[in-house]
Design a protein around this ligand. Structure first.
Ligand SMILES: O=P(O)(O)OC[C@H]1O[C@H](O)[C@H](O)[C@@H](O)[C@@H]1O
Ligand SMILES: [Fe+2]
Length: 187
């Protein structure tokens, strides 16, 4: 029997680019984010094919106990006064957590529990975010460059977008030249 040396995938820490044999890429465009931004007129004014974020995932095992690894690249910009953000989700398997690592750019991680209590964490290169179970999560790019964050999560977690149809309890906007978080009743 011989012991093999496998070449692992790698990530460039400055850019978040993966080098791997198999990378699965998904682009989320403005037109996919209906109902996400509060200024509907501003959202409608953006061409629907404008990319807002890309997620690259390593090809890994699925099933109980296995982990997924993905990189989100969220483009800078605003829709009206609201910063670009991911759709955000609870996990379908609600109790499953996730870890995010800030790689590039600067932004915020919006977290929210099932009682609509929301809080924010600053995302910057090197930041580590331990997302507990039962907690919805969304990335927000408040900077002027691409915000890239690495995520590791259980492959069985799944996504539940429906439970957030009402939106998150906070919005992050540029107001009076400052980044401000606003509490909202009905997202
Ligand atoms: O699913 P969204 O809310 O659009 O977020 C985009 C992606 O962000 C992270 O990389 C998560 O780990 C992915 O599971 C998620 O799909
Ligand atoms: Fe997640």
């Amino acid at each position: 029997m011989s012991i093999t040396f496998n070449k692992p995938p790698s990530v460039a820490f400055l850019t978040g680019q993966f080098t791997a044999e198999n990378v699965i890429k998904k682009v989320t465009r403005s037109g996919d984010l209906s109902g996400v931004f509060h200024d509907i007129a501003a959202w409608q004014a953006i061409p629907s094919d404008t990319p807002i974020y890309e997620v690259e995932m390593l090809n890994s095992l699925q099933g109980e106990g296995e982990l997924y690894v993905g990189m989100t690249h969220l483009h800078p910009g605003r829709v009206g006064n609201e910063f670009h953000m991911t759709r955000g989700h609870f996990h379908q398997r609600r109790e499953q957590g996730e870890v995010y690592f800030g790689i590039r750019g600067s932004g915020l991680l919006l977290l929210q529990n099932e009682h609509r209590k929301a809080w924010l964490e600053h995302v910057s290169p090197g930041s580590v975010h331990i997302i507990p179970g039962d907690t919805a999560h969304r990335l927000i790019n408040t900077g002027s460059e691409v915000l890239s964050a690495l995520a590791v999560w259980p492959s069985i977690a799944g996504h539940d977008y429906g439970s957030l149809a009402q939106g998150f309890a906070a919005r992050v906007v540029l107001q009076d030249g400052k980044i401000q978080a606003k509490e909202v009743q009905n997202g």
